[in-house]
Write a protein that binds this ligand. Structure first.
Ligand code: NAP
Length: 311
């Protein structure tokens, strides 16, 4: 049944997919307090899927560090998530991933505040329709989805716990793209934000596999998730036509966050990972044969991202 759903794409990515899979054997609920004593860092925590994920982790007992670029949204999210819990259980950190200096500051702050870190969730993302360059001189989509998360993971690597989980939120849109490192950093004219976004999401998947391959013995799990299609401020703003057509078939943000939360608490996932997940199951990273990545391109991606991250 799961495979049949997957083949339909729409059935798999919408709320129908998660509703059906929830009924399959093996779909378990977390035990109360499953993440008590654990520490999580979540980017993109001021909206949509990242905010839902942060809330789910807090509700499972984790101490959660929320990362956001907007001070007001960060403060209100922290206040909402604390909701009577001790102040130290939910902390906010301001960082704009379009500024690598912010990422370095964030890593240093988190490193001093909490060690070890059990969950690092890279959820921040945005689909923009105009070419923009960051103050670091990198195309915005590539920086926010690829370079900044790579830098953050690198800088906190030594602060990660045994059996830590590094979770990255990709998109099913990546299935349409073959990795093209040139196009990732210098999207062709005319700029197509959807393609640039899908290219960055493909790069996230390839880098996730590369992290697992390069750090097999550190007992860290690297996992990449595609959330399906969820009704979030990001989708409403970037793809209003799509949001209108899909209407009530879009998932909730909580449903979009479910697999990332499951990867944080499940005892069934083991390091080093390197795989793509959707609705709590491993998924293929390639559907269209021409989108497969070879080792040379994957290596080049790693080197060029590391170069831009300054690591
Ligand atoms: N919703 C879907 O159907 C869907 C499908 C596939 C993949 N995804 C992925 O899921 C993730 C969350 O998306 P969403 O739909 O929940 O979108 P969203 O509601 O727009 O949330 C995105 C979050 O990323 C943050 N962010 C964006 N640019 C940032 C930057 N430069 N620095 C720091 N934070 C930044 C946003 O901050 P602000 O709150 O300040 O805007 C927001 O908190 C993204 O990676 C997205 O690509 C979503």
């Amino acid at each position: 049944m799961d495979h049949a759903l997957e083949a339909t794409v729409v059935g798999s990515f919408t709320d129908l997919g998660v509703a059906a899979r929830r009924r399959l054997p093996g779909w378990e609920e977390p035990r109360d307090g499953a993440l008590t004593g654990k520490v999580a860092v979540v980017t993109g925590a001021t909206s949509g899927i990242g905010q839902a994920l942060a809330r789910q982790l807090v509700e499972l007992g984790a101490t959660v560090h929320l990362v956001g670029r907007d001070a007001k949204k960060l403060d209100s999210t922290v206040a909402a998530l604390r909701n009577g819990r001790p102040a130290r259980s939910v902390a906010g950190h301001r960082a704009d991933l379009a500024r690598l200096a912010d990422v370095r500051r964030l890593a240093a702050t988190v490193h001093h505040a909490e060690r070890p870190i059990d969950v690092l969730a890279h959820v921040a993302g945005a689909l923009v329709h105009e070419r923009q360059h960051t103050t670091d001189g990198i195309e915005l989509t590539a920086q926010v989805h690829v370079v900044a998360p790579f830098l953050l993971t690198t800088l906190v690597l030594d602060s990660l716990a045994v059996d830590a989980r590094v979770i990255t939120m990709t998109s099913g849109g990546m299935y349409t793209q073959r990795l093209d490192v040139n196009a990732l950093f210098d999207p062709p004219e005319p700029f197509n934000g959807t393609v640039a976004y899908a290219q960055a999401k493909r790069a996230q998947v390839e880098l996730n596999g590369e992290w697992a391959r390069r750090y097999p013995d550190r007992r860290i799990g690297f996992h990449v998730v595609h959330p399906g299609w969820a009704d979030t401020p990001g989708v409403q703003t970037a793809l209003p036509g799509f949001a209108r057509v899909m209407g009530s078939r879009l998932r909730t943000a909580d449903e979009g966050a479910d697999t990332a939360a499951w990867l944080a608490w499940s005892e069934a996932v083991t390091p080093p990972g390197g795989e793509l997940w959707h609705d709590r199951r491993r998924r293929r990273t390639v559907v269209l044969p021409w989108t497969a990545t070879d080792d040379a391109d994957r290596n080049r991606l790693w080197n060029e991202v590391a170069d831009r991250a300054g690591t």
